[in-house]
Design a protein around this ligand. Structure first.
Ligand SMILES: [Zn+2]
Length: 246
């Protein structure tokens, strides 16, 4: 099994580790809450929260990323909270997640990683299904986000592709670019209003369904052909049409 605790602290560069280590030094001096902690388990990499408002709250701190069975503290110092159990003077995690210490009531608990919603950013690539077509809009139900495969994505409501964001060329008839139930790949351009864009070559319809018989259509040069009823249709297809590559 990979060392997830280590991985949890590694950013794209090394700066997070330094920050985390500085954080623990401050915490140790300030409160000595982690005196009894087993350093070998890297619990010592407790991060101080970057947000000053949170720091002012001053009674909750987040700790290491742990796996079930990891020792996270001693019973003489902490009370066992959610997702933990006590055994022979030690407190152990029962879930994969982030350690949380409440310095007010001395409770140590684990926030399960499955309950932490992934952070979705502007620029992320999503995969979704067309749920509606309007004169100037395509409605898309987002089903997944590129790079997030192990967790459920938060419910973001329907996303929208405006006619001007479908492709670089002028769109005369939106129904020639998308069809109901099509699977699309798109980039988030506005997180607040959940606006998507498919103008890049890689973005667009990944799988289209025949408007007559609902069979999955096959790409044949610039057109899509229904293998069942031979209906020919057009779409703003992704260069990855039919491959399933997200
Ligand atoms: Zn058909």
């Amino acid at each position: 099994m990979p060392d997830l605790r280590k991985r949890g602290h590694l950013g794209a560069d090394g700066s997070n580790i330094l920050k985390a280590k500085r954080g623990i030094n401050i915490k140790l001096k300030k409160r000595s809450v982690l005196r009894k902690v087993d350093r070998n388990r890297e619990f010592a990499e407790v991060e101080a929260l970057d947000n000053p408002a949170q720091e002012n709250a001053d009674y909750e701190s987040l700790g290491a990323f742990v796996l079930p069975g990891d020792s996270i503290g001693a019973t003489e110092e902490f009370r066992a909270g959610a997702q933990t159990y006590e055994s022979a003077g030690s407190i152990y995690a029962t879930a994969t997640g982030t350690v949380k210490i409440n310095n007010r009531d001395r409770t140590i608990s684990v926030i399960p990683s499955t309950s932490t919603p992934p952070i979705i950013r502007k620029g992320d690539v999503v995969i979704g299904q067309v749920t509606g077509l309007r004169d100037s809009l395509v409605l898309v139900a987002i089903a997944g986000v590129r790079g997030i495969t192990d967790r459920e994505i938060p419910d973001m409501g329907p996303a929208v592709i405006h006619v001007s964001n479908i492709k670089k060329a002028y769109v005369k008839d939106i129904s020639r670019e998308f069809g109901l139930f099509d699977i699309v790949k798109a980039r988030i351009t506005d997180l607040t209003n959940m606006r998507l864009d498919t103008s890049e070559n890689e973005m667009g319809v990944m799988k289209a369904f025949c408007s007559k018989c609902r069979a999955a259509m096959t790409k044949n040069s610039s057109k899509l052909v229904c293998p069942e009823c031979k209906q020919v249709e057009t779409r703003k297809t992704s260069t990855d049409y039919g491959t399933g590559i997200i």
